[in-house]
Design a protein around this ligand. Structure first.
Ligand code: NAP
Length: 317
């Protein structure tokens, strides 16, 4: 791995400076493209995407509930993601609910070739910040049909089972996704919030191309799942990739401290160091940092160009 790549470092710093200048001047930040592609591309079944996606959960109202304060800004954020080279957007029917998917269609339809929109079904929303499992086959079928309509798609490129449902045999939920795939409504199937045994159970029923689990520098309970993904050529999509900041504020973590020191030495932000760490952690990793702010989107996407060295990875541990 490249330890001190001055050209990349200068590129990231230059991009950040230009973008900060544009923001200060109140100008639209268009001057400094920071493409998602320097992180490389990876396979999702027969699709290929840049290894820096976008999580569209944060474009709704507070508590991932209802409309955002400024829907026009949310649509501009989505369009900016594409300008920056992002071609993988993660959403779910439960974000809003329905709001995130609808905004994606409003902002981006008709979709450019190569854009992969991944959505999910299996959770319902009793209210703000409240999530409940419902992965009954009939409910998944209705959720998938509704997502197709909202997203204005005939087939969803990646449909993820948001979570196992404690009240429904996992095989029944996964089996329904297999039927939806056979009916041509889903191209590829992913799972989320699973352990190694659940992943194996799903793989015995259908081809699984992605797993989406909580993972960041300070939250690594899914390491065995990540290993299974590497072994079977499955993309691992870490949710909450930046969440260690909040946790470390409550409980100091030496791994986060090491990452912060590296960020300081390199003149990059902690978020960028975190995303670069994820990219270096595994070739299976497909980060989807979520934000409601263009300035953070640009900062996060620029992290695709940052390579942490083996020594830096060892320091983080
Ligand atoms: N499968 C699941 O069960 C599941 C669960 C949760 C999330 N997800 C998916 O994973 C995606 C990412 O997870 P997440 O949104 O929970 O967590 P995240 O990406 O780790 O963090 C998002 C938070 O960090 C802030 N942030 C983003 N970029 C920043 C930056 N450069 N500097 C400072 N703060 C920054 C955001 O605030 P601002 O808006 O102010 O930038 C937001 O509060 C979601 O969008 C969603 O698509 C999936």
């Amino acid at each position: 791995m490249n330890t001190h790549d001055p050209s990349r470092r200068e590129f990231v710093q230059h991009a950040s400076t230009l973008l900060a200048g544009a923001a200060l001047a109140g100008l639209p930040a268009r001057a400094a493209p920071a493409p998602a592609t320097p992180g490389g591309r990876m396979a999702l079944g027969d699709l290929r995407v840049a290894r820096m996606g976008f999580g569209a959960m944060r474009i709704t109202g507070a508590g991932i509930w209802g409309e955002p304060a400024d829907a026009a800004s949310a649509r501009a954020l989505l369009r900016r993601a594409l300008e920056l080279g992002v071609d993988f957007i993660d959403t779910a029917d439960s974000y809003g609910p329905a709001v995130s998917e609808r905004l994606i269609a409003e902002a981006l339809h008709p979709y450019p070739a190569g854009l992969v929109i991944a959505t999910k079904g299996g959770l319902v929303r009793p209210g703000p910040d409240q999530w409940a499992q419902d992965a009954r086959p009939e409910r998944l079928r209705a959720a998938c049909e509704a997502s197709l309509k909202r997203l204005k798609l005939e087939r969803i490129d990646l449909y993820q089972l948001h979570s196992p449902d404690a009240n429904v045999p996992y095989a029944d939920s996964v089996g329904e996704l297999a039927r939806l795939q056979q009916a041509g409504k889903i191209r590829h199937i992913g799972v989320s919030n699973v352990d190694v045994a659940q992943l194996a159970q799903a793989r015995a029923i259908v081809e699984v191309v992605s797993v989406q689990n909580r993972y960041n520098v300070a939250t690594r309970q899914s390491d065995p799942v990540l290993e299974a993904c590497e072994q079977h050529g499955i993309a691992f999509i870490p949710w909450g990739p930046l969440a260690q900041r909040q946790r470390a504020a409550e409980q100091p973590d030496p791994r986060v401290a090491a990452l912060r020191a590296i960020a300081g030495e390199r003149g990059i932000t902690e978020s960028q160091a975190t995303l670069a760490w994820l990219l270096a952690r595994s070739q299976a990793m497909l980060p989807i940092p979520g934000t409601s702010r263009i300035v953070h989107l640009e900062e996060n996407v620029a992290a695709a160009a940052i390579r942490l060295s083996d020594a830096e990875m060892t320091r983080v541990g």
